[in-house]
Design a protein around this ligand. Structure first.
Ligand SMILES: [Zn+2]
Length: 156
């Protein structure tokens, strides 16, 4: 998925889940970190794109790291502010992995597995991705403002 989709989804879901502003900002940042890690891994290679294709959506896109980070923040060991930041970060990265799971390219179900799992709902940058984004924004909007669904047409 495109970074815009990842960031929008992370912001909407963290807001809907009641994250504090620090957690929402961390989720926004965390939502692109799995791809940033892959870009960083490929940065020094001579054939950068080839290396990127080799490392992309491997261990950085395994849900377990990010779920563990989020779960760690829920233990409350770090204190309120770091918990919000670490939790938001883990949550944001987890939304990234779940969204990439919807694309045809998929994500690994085991940390170092080459085989990827995909729900095959859309491909990155396709009309399907944007349709998914628009539908999610509508669902989020209706959840936040349920009065929009009430019609005020007088019956008399
Ligand atoms: Zn990704």
């Amino acid at each position: 998925m495109k970074w815009t989709t990842h960031q929008a989804m992370a912001l909407m879901t963290s807001f809907a889940a009641g994250f504090p502003i620090v957690g929402m900002a961390a989720a926004w940042f965390g939502s692109v970190v799995p791809d940033m890690l892959d870009q960083r891994a490929a940065r020094r290679a001579f054939f950068r794109q080839k290396k990127f294709n080799q490392v992309h959506r491997r261990s950085s896109h395994w849900f377990g790291w990010w779920l563990a980070l989020w779960a760690w923040s829920l233990t409350g060991q770090l204190g309120p502010l770091p918990d919000a930041a670490v939790g938001g970060f883990g949550f944001g990265a987890l939304t990234h992995v779940l969204l990439d799971m919807c694309t045809t390219h998929g994500v690994p179900l085991l940390p170092f597995a080459k085989k990827r799992f995909s729900l095959k709902l859309c491909s990155t940058g396709s009309l399907g991705e944007y349709a998914l984004l628009v539908m999610s924004v509508l669902v989020f909007w209706i959840m936040e403002k349920p009065e929009l669904l009430r019609f005020s047409v007088p019956l008399y």
